[in-house]
Ligand binder design. Structure first.
Ligand code: GLU
Length: 509
């Protein structure tokens, strides 16, 4: 029988969740959903020196906002974790790990090491490129060189120790990676990794994640490429425990927009884009990192963008809903090489998803912004909806709606010098006086207005561009905005005439 797919996202709460981590979570999620499996979230907090308060909540809130749903473990709705195989926070699993550390020692796969930092330093000075491994372990202060009594004595004296994995040298380790194919390592390059530290009574990442993956019945480990060099150790550990190893898929790096090297926060600062989903206030170093949410990006845009950063569909399709991604996603179509972080593209997606929204939805999002801009909103909801419909195709963010529609709410108090220079020329004043009269007499229907004004322009042989742009400047304050008759329709007769009259008064002839 085929096993139910179970995958996990296993972040360490060391700060804001990097956008590369978000992509890892997303690929795990898509894979789980595609195969009708489960998506877990486990918090890997064994390194107390790197712990940042608030980081865990930040992670769960980010995933929740993005719609990356967690079936088991720690999540936004269940901060203490849900599911039968918990606890899902590693510092709550000490008892479990202790048992497995013992097991490795008893089976001869691991050993106690008492070397002090000073002793290790001395060795490093003595032996060039010192590595704690088969070539050196017999000359060190550990349970392989000490008698069983001496070891017991040291432990009962409370001497600090670590437990190291006993790597068998010169063995070829072959690993099948779903994305990379077969990867071969020689065990001689590996040192006897520390698996456990008595000082904090906690295992290190290597042991902790592996025990957890086993007990939590993880079938596929999908994670960043930076973990690939650790895989031979993990394979040896699975073997030492006699456990079946999950399948591996190591995702390509996210690269700088220029393509040279790993994407970092500094690239974002340098080029002006966030590398985190939400804004984060780090209480340790008091830094604030900007987030996509606060900058006005939609979760759908980020998901669509990230999905295509390393994975590609079988055709040219670019716009994918979450459901479509689940259908189309496969690890086989994830590339081996790094993916350039094309931050302009995410704006393009945002523009797309903004225009997918109904005017009503945009109204709900725009209204709070509007309230900060004008004291009294002079337009009805109907009119605001129209203003949105007229201008949304020019917007990337909801906040852009204000730049595009401000003149509907606030009549111009001054007129853009550049626009005036270009369009308000000799004769403009007289043309506007005549136009005012025509408008006063016309019925207020765009078609009628258009026809009447066009006839008048033709009859007088006025330059069309000058007339229409001067009129626009009078209504808007500059030469921008949607179609002129759409503006007049929304402003209404009274407001249009008032603005034209004011411009005639205020703009020098
Ligand atoms: N805690 C590790 C990290 O934050 C998890 C790596 C893994 O998925 O095995 O990168």
């Amino acid at each position: 029988m085929k096993k139910t797919v179970r995958v996990r996202f296993a972040p360490s709460p060391t700060g804001a969740l990097h956008i590369g981590g978000v992509r890892t979570a997303l690929y795990n999620f898509l894979f789980a959903r595609k195969h009708g499996g489960k998506m877990l979230l486990r918090i890997e907090d064994t390194d107390s020196t790197r712990y940042v308060p608030g980081a865990e909540q930040y992670i769960t809130e980010s995933l929740h906002w993005l719609g990356i749903e967690i079936d088991e473990g720690i999540c936004f709705e269940a901060p203490e974790g849900k599911g039968p195989l918990g606890p899902y926070r590693q510092t709550l699993r000490r008892d479990i790990y202790r048992k497995y550390v013992k097991q490795l020692i008893n089976s001869g796969n691991a050993y106690y090491a008492f070397d002090t930092p000073e002793e290790l330093e001395a060795k490093r000075k003595e032996i060039p490129n010192f590595q704690y491994d088969a070539s050196t372990r017999d000359s060190m202060n550990n349970s392989l060189t000490l008698s069983a009594e001496a070891v017991q004595q040291k432990i009962s004296n409370g001497e600090k120790y670590v437990v190291r994995f006993k790597v068998i040298p010169n063995e070829e380790i072959r690993v099948q990676d779903i994305i990379r194919g077969e990867v071969v390592f020689n065990s001689s390059i590996m040192d006897d990794k520390v698996l456990y530290k008595s000082a904090d009574d906690l295992p290190t990442y290597h042991l902790a994640h592996l025990v957890d993956d086993h007990l939590m019945e993880i079938t596929h480990v999908i994670r960043g490429e930076e973990w690939l060099p650790s895989v031979p150790l993990h394979v040896m550990l699975y073997r030492a425990f006699g456990w079946e190893s999950p399948q591996f898929a190591h995702l390509p790096l996210l690269l700088k927009p220029e393509g040279n090297g790993k994407l970092s926060k500094r690239d974002g600062d340098r080029l002006g884009f966030p590398v985190f989903p939400l804004e984060f206030h780090n209480p340790i170093d008091n830094t604030v990192s900007s987030g996509y949410r606060e900058q006005g990006y939609f979760p759908e845009a980020i998901i669509n963008f990230l999905a295509l950063l390393g994975w590609h569909p079988s055709d040219e399709q670019e716009i994918f809903s979450k459901e479509e991604l689940i259908q189309a996603f496969s690890l086989e179509r994830v590339s081996k090489s790094g993916a350039k972080f094309d931050y302009e593209k995410i704006r393009w997606f945002n523009h797309h998803y903004l225009n997918e929204k109904s005017d009503e939805e945009l109204y709900q999002l725009f209204r709070p912004i509007l309230e900060t801009k004008v004291e009294k909103i002079s337009l009805t909801k109907e009119q605001i909806l129209q203003a949105i419909a007229l201008t949304k195709s020019r917007c990337t963010f909801v906040a852009d709606l204000w730049e595009q529609t401000d003149f509907f709410f606030v009549p111009p108090t001054e007129y853009d010098a550049k626009s005036l220079k270009k369009h308000w020329k000799e004769g403009s004043h007289q043309m506007m006086v005549e136009l005012l009269e025509i408008l006063q007499q016309s019925t207020w229907e765009s078609d009628v207005l258009n026809q009447t004004v066009m006839d008048w322009i033709a009859q007088k042989s006025y330059p069309m561009g000058q007339v229409m742009n001067s009129f626009r400047i009078a209504l808007v304050g500059s030469a921008r905005g949607p179609h002129i008759w759409e503006i007049t329709a929304l402003l209404g007769k009274e407001q249009t005439l008032a603005r034209l009259q004011k411009a005639l008064k205020d703009i020098a002839q």
